[in-house]
Ligand binder design. Structure first.
Ligand SMILES: [Zn+2]
Length: 293
């Protein structure tokens, strides 16, 4: 897939009301790509176009960051964390359309580009662009505790949960899909990877979580981890307004089984994929492969 111009939509899938990106694999893809490039870069200038997207400080981000060095770039749940020495951390919540990209410094920026950080001796700028402004930035000075506070209450990520702990978290009278989207129950899953994981585990997304059997729950946890790992390996799923740093497209979109495949034949059994709405979110599943058990 070719890189796209700023703001252009990938023509892979029709635009829907249901923006779903980015999720954990996209945040991980961004963090890895930026980490490979930016460690040791020294901040030369900061331009924050919209003050209202910054939380955690009333001070000037430019004053806080200018002269600091990029010391680490990581991720918690769906948030990307930019660490600066000696200043502190900037927690980037990408929301639905937020994008962190390295862009050549001489490239023009548009009105949706809210933050530009330029670096000494580098031809690249880090830009945060968010057309719909569901994303935000939180400044955390100090150590990991302050950063954890800025990140907010997040449940454990799938790899940190034992099957027994996962089963314990499923003991609610809510549809399994709604539970998996709850970042305090399990961190990092959004609409795409929920649907794909439930398909891989053969579980109907409408089922009440606590009625899921132990073997099914074990299968589901395995499916979640495998789906996310695979998505990370393929650089995430890229469509709608999301792009990885430098604009390359994630390849996982080609591997989706059910997400936004309404009325298309299931890859396993040829039954048309169905769409239902669960807690306001479009949910795609195969009524045959994910039949009630
Ligand atoms: Zn099927």
């Amino acid at each position: 897939m070719a890189a796209l111009a700023d703001g252009q939509l990938l023509p892979l899938l029709p635009r829907r009301e249901d923006h779903a990106l980015p999720e954990l694999p996209e945040a991980e893809t961004i963090a890895r790509a930026l980490r490979a490039e930016m460690i040791g870069w020294q901040v030369a200038a900061v331009r924050l176009r919209r003050r209202d997207i910054l939380r955690g400080t009333r001070g000037s981000l430019s004053r806080l960051l200018t002269g600091a060095t990029v010391s680490d770039i990581g991720r918690q749940g769906k948030r990307v964390i930019l660490g600066f020495e000696p200043a502190g951390s900037l927690v980037v919540r990408l929301g639905m359309t937020g994008r962190l990209s390295l862009v050549a410094s001489d490239q023009p920026s548009d009105r949706h580009t809210h933050l530009r950080i330029s670096f000494a001796d580098q031809g690249w700028e880090l830009r945060f662009r968010d057309a719909r402004r569901f994303g935000n930035l939180t400044w955390a000075c100090g150590g990991p505790d302050a950063t954890a506070e800025a990140v907010g209450t997040l449940g454990p990520e799938p790899w940190d949960l034992s099957p027994a702990q996962f089963i314990q978290r499923l003991q609610r009278r809510r549809p399994i899909k709604s539970l998996l989207l709850d970042q305090q129950i399990i961190a990092g899953l959004g609409n795409i990877y929920c649907d794909e994981s439930l398909f891989a585990a053969g579980i109907d997304p409408r089922r009440i979580a606590r009625e899921i059997s132990e073997p099914e729950a074990r299968r589901l946890l395995r499916a979640i981890k495998a789906t996310l790992r695979r998505a990370i390996r393929f650089g995430g799923t890229t469509f709608l307004d999301y792009q990885a740093p430098r604009g390359e497209a994630g390849a996982f979109a080609d591997l989706l089984n059910v997400y936004q495949k309404q009325d298309q034949p299931c890859r396993i059994c040829q039954t048309p994929i169905e769409r239902v709405v669960i807690i306001g979110r479009s949910t795609f599943f195969c009524p045959c492969c994910q039949g009630a058990t």
